[in-house]
Design a binder for this molecule. Structure first.
Ligand SMILES: Cc1cc2nc3c(=O)[nH]c(=O)nc-3n(C[C@H](O)[C@H](O)[C@H](O)COP(=O)(O)OP(=O)(O)OC[C@H]3O[C@@H](n4cnc5c(N)ncnc54)[C@H](O)[C@@H]3O)c2cc1C
Length: 370
């Protein structure tokens, strides 16, 4: 007896997968979303840490904010603003030049509006994953996506070998689901064997990535020597960006929390020494100290963080190529397989949203395919 259900499996709850899942559900397609992490958001996650004194500390360790220009995405943004999931981050931003040790370009308006999720960057994905018609399963890493010719459907298997059922269609919203990099990190073959979609395989091989390490810091007192709440580093080999997470709307201000991002070069050099596997605790501590040392050039005047932690696992933080700028996603109509994510359009939240919308449209434009 067939156990096929009229469902689409979406793999990944980052913004591309979450937007795709909710768009499908709003158009009458029932969706099961699988996410290997404990919660939604992917690179728009919020991280919860506990300080030594038991204090809860929350950090947006991936995307610090996003900007939007596309009209379709602006419509979604307004909807999220009305629901209180998103707010504009109105602060001073600028840059710090490590040659002159000075802050430059301080302005109130910036280049465009900067938006953040409220109360955390993950709020949008959280809400989309809870929409009617989306069944979200967290803590389930998809280990295999098998095409069953006899049933004309996909079989979804967990990393632990558990059968999660058959689906009429699949959306893969992370390049690691099909890239050879998956094997370098886990030792296992990637969940999706691209030979099942030979027309897509050529275009999807070896998408280059830029890595990034992030360090989370918490201070008891505000860092009053820093005149901005977010800034890029100029002429630094170590840091590319720093922001005061607790200055965003809707965040607790009981401590001042900062997140620093390394340059891609710094992260790449480190990965060349340690490999893609999780670095040792000693390496993580050393890197956190190096990033903090560079941050101190901004004139912290002896303020020491009471909490400091490096986040590893950002080996593929930013795709370094956009592989489907026109189509915005990949689609195999015969097997009802969509592949989406920021790597298709542009390495940012807006690009990921556009790709998720495009993937959903492929199923919706051909309803008979389900
Ligand atoms: C440090 C950093 C800074 C950034 N700064 C900015 C910025 O300033 N502005 C901006 O717009 N963007 C920024 N970005 C980029 C932005 O975060 C991403 O472009 C966007 O969030 C990507 O969304 P996505 O859905 O394509 O992928 P992801 O968010 O990576 O989602 C993919 C999801 O799939 C899940 N997954 C993968 N494999 C499996 C599996 N086998 N089974 C189940 N689940 C699986 C992953 O756990 C993940 O949750 C930044 C990113 C980083 C890391």
């Amino acid at each position: 007896m067939s156990n096929i259900v009229t469902k689409v499996a979406v793999v990944g709850s980052g913004i591309s997968g979450a937007v795709c899942a909710s768009t499908l559900a709003r158009n009458g397609v029932s969706v099961t979303l699988f996410e290997s992490a404990r919660g939604p958001g992917g690179r728009m996650s919020q991280r919860r840490e506990i300080a030594e004194d038991g204090k809860e500390l929350l950090f947006d360790h991936g995307a610090p904010f996003f900007s939007i220009s596309n009209t379709d995405v602006l419509k979604l943004l307004h909807e999220w603003e009305l629901k209180g999931l998103v707010a504009e981050w109105k602060e001073n931003f600028g840059s710090f030049d490590c040659l002159s040790n000075k802050f430059l370009d301080i302005d109130q308006e910036g280049l465009g509006k900067r938006y953040v999720g409220v109360p955390g960057m993950n709020s949008i994905c959280k809400s989309l994953c809870n929409e009617t018609g989306v069944e979200s399963k967290f803590g389930i890493g998809v280990g295999r996506l098998d095409w069953l010719d006899s049933e004309n459907s996909w079989l979804v298997m967990g990393m632990d070998g558990q059968n999660h059922g058959s689906f009429k269609g699949v959306v893969a919203s992370d390049k690691n689901i099909f890239s050879t990099r998956f094997k370098d990190v886990t030792g296992c073959p990637p969940p999706l064997d691209l030979s099942l979609a030979p027309e897509l395989a050529m275009k999807l091989q070896d998408i280059p990535v830029n890595p990034c390490f992030a360090v989370m810091l918490a201070f008891t007192e505000p860092l009053s020597s820093i005149p901005v709440k977010g800034f890029t580093f100029k002429n630094s080999e170590v840091l590319s960006w720093g922001h005061c997470d607790s200055s965003k709307p809707g965040r607790s201000t009981t401590s001042e929390r900062w997140v620093l991002h390394s340059t891609a070069k710094y992260a790449r050099d480190l990965i060349a020494q340690t490999g893609l596997q999780k670095p040792s605790t000693a390496t993580l501590t050393k890197v956190a100290e190096e990033l903090l040392e560079e941050f101190e050039r901004t004139g912290l005047h002896g303020s020491q963080p009471f909490f400091k932690k490096l986040i590893d696992g950002q080996g593929s933080a930013f795709p370094a190529a956009s592989v489907a700028e026109e189509e915005k996603c990949f689609w195999d109509g015969k097997k009802r397989l969509a592949i989406c994510g920021d790597f298709c359009v542009s390495p940012n939240v807006e690009g990921a949203i556009l790709s998720g919308l495009a993937a959903a449209a492929k199923f919706i434009e051909a309803p008979s395919c389900l």
